[in-house]
Design a protein around this ligand. Structure first.
Ligand code: ATP
Length: 121
C-alpha cells in the first residue's frame, strides 16, 4: 500500500517535470544546456569531485526552474489579473533561477575552460 503510494508520487513528479518541459521554453533550454555540460564532462574526462559539483549545479538550476514554473502557474491561477504582489512573487522566483543559472555558468567556466586551454594551447 505504502509502496503503491510512493509509486504514484513518483509518477506525479515525473508528470510535473514533463509538463514543465513541454510548456516552459527556459526549462527546455536549461535541460539542453545540462545535456551539453554532461557531454563535455565525459569528453573532457572530469574527475569524481568535478562530477559531483556539476551534478549539484545542474540539479540546482533545474530545481529553480521547476519552482519558478510552479510559482508562475499558481499566481496565474489565483491572481490572473494585474497585482503588484503577484508580479513581485514572479520576479523573485525568476531571480532564483537567474542566481542558479549564473552560479552554474561560473562553475562551467571554472571546470571546462582550464581543460580546453590545456588541450588547445
Ligand atoms: N498578475 C501579474 N501582476 C503583476 N505583474 C505580473 C503579473 N503577471 C506577470 N507579471 C509581470 O510580468 C513578468 C513576466 O511574467 P510571466 O508570467 O509572463 O512570466 P514569463 O515571462 O512567462 O516567465 P518565464 O519566461 O520564466 O516563463 C513577471 O516577472 C512580472 O513582473
Amino acid at each position: 500500500m505504502n509502496d503503491k503510494k510512493h509509486g504514484i508520487g513518483l509518477f506525479h513528479a515525473i508528470k510535473g517535470i514533463g509538463s514543465a518541459f513541454l510548456s516552459e521554453r527556459n526549462f527546455r533550454i536549461h535541460s539542453i544546456a545540462a545535456v551539453f555540460a554532461i557531454g563535455a564532462g565525459f569528453l573532457l574526462r572530469i574527475n569524481r569531485l568535478e562530477w559531483m559539483i556539476l551534478v549539484v549545479v545542474i540539479g540546482l538550476v533545474l530545481q529553480a526552474e521547476l519552482l519558478n514554473t510552479a510559482a508562475e502557474k499558481l499566481i496565474d491561477y489565483i491572481k490572473p489579473e494585474f497585482h503588484p504582489v503577484a508580479g513581485l512573487v514572479k520576479d523573485v522566483a525568476a531571480g532564483a533561477v537567474l542566481i542558479a543559472a549564473l552560479a552554474a555558468f561560473a562553475i562551467g567556466l571554472l571546470l571546462f575552460v582550464p581543460k580546453l586551454y590545456d588541450i588547445f594551447f
